[in-house]
Design a protein around this ligand. Structure first.
Ligand SMILES: [Zn+2]
Ligand SMILES: [Zn+2]
Length: 233
């Protein structure tokens, strides 16, 4: 992947300077002395460079003020620890939705609490769930989000219905788009379905990047190209 050679954030080339200066890490926002950044000024600290996918998602979402789940997803997807396809997307979906929602409500404490639970739940949704179990993990991710947002349990009434309904709507939409699986396409569909559901049933408007153009198609051997609505060539 070209992002592995250049900057994770934008793909630009890395510039090594003679002088060290104080640079803020793009992901964790801590400040370090460093002499390497990309030509657009993005700097990534050593621990964020080698962080695992779920840890990156958790830490980035905890400190982010972003309220656009699609923008958040794209920033995270650019990091090399998030594979083109992989079960980390099962956590990424509820994580960016919880982050956008609790940032809109200005409630960082609840956000962190729920992100930690979402990670635990998403770990049970294994890789290949889509093809082997007939239930895409990105769709389950929307159910995890709704369950945490409404504090649903197996005994709840409306909350139980919303959690299952959102997963069902998302899964329907993902299935209609057709195989083979693409964790980027399925994530975008999951986020758009959730935005639609929140507006319709909760009167919550989550502002988002309406463009939603995929920048990962070069890395996907099974990309549907012009048959995918997010394809951008
Ligand atoms: Zn950059
Ligand atoms: Zn960092």
């Amino acid at each position: 992947m070209s992002y592995n050679i250049g900057c994770f954030v934008c793909g630009s080339e890395l510039i090594y300077l003679n002088k060290y200066s104080k640079l803020e890490c793009y992901y964790c926002k801590n400040v370090f002395e460093s002499n390497v950044a990309c030509s657009k000024g993005h700097y990534i600290c050593d621990s964020c460079h080698s962080i695992s996918a779920n840890e990156l998602i958790l830490q980035y979402c905890i400190q982010s003020n972003q309220t656009d789940p699609i923008e958040l997803a794209i920033i995270l997807m650019r990091h090399k620890s998030i594979n083109m396809h992989g079960p980390e997307h099962h956590f990424l979906v509820p994580a960016v939705l919880l982050t956008a929602y609790y940032n809109m409500k200005n409630d960082p404490v609840k956000k962190k609490e729920k992100l930690i639970v979402a990670e635990k739940r998403a770990k049970n949704v294994l890789g290949g769930f889509c093809g082997f179990y007939g239930c895409c993990g990105a769709a389950v991710g929307t159910g995890i989000f709704m369950s945490l947002m409404t504090e649903a349990t197996p005994l709840s009434k409306d909350e139980w219905q919303s959690s299952n309904m959102l997963t069902a709507n998302t899964l329907q939409s993902i299935a209609k788009a057709g195989g083979p699986r693409c964790c980027k396409r399925d994530t975008f569909i999951a986020l758009l379905e959730t935005i639609k559901y929140l507006k319709e049933y909760f009167h919550i408007t989550m502002n988002h990047n309406s463009e939603c153009k995929c920048e990962f198609s070069d890395f996907n051997k099974q990309c549907l190209n012009n048959n995918c609505k997010f394809y951008n060539k």
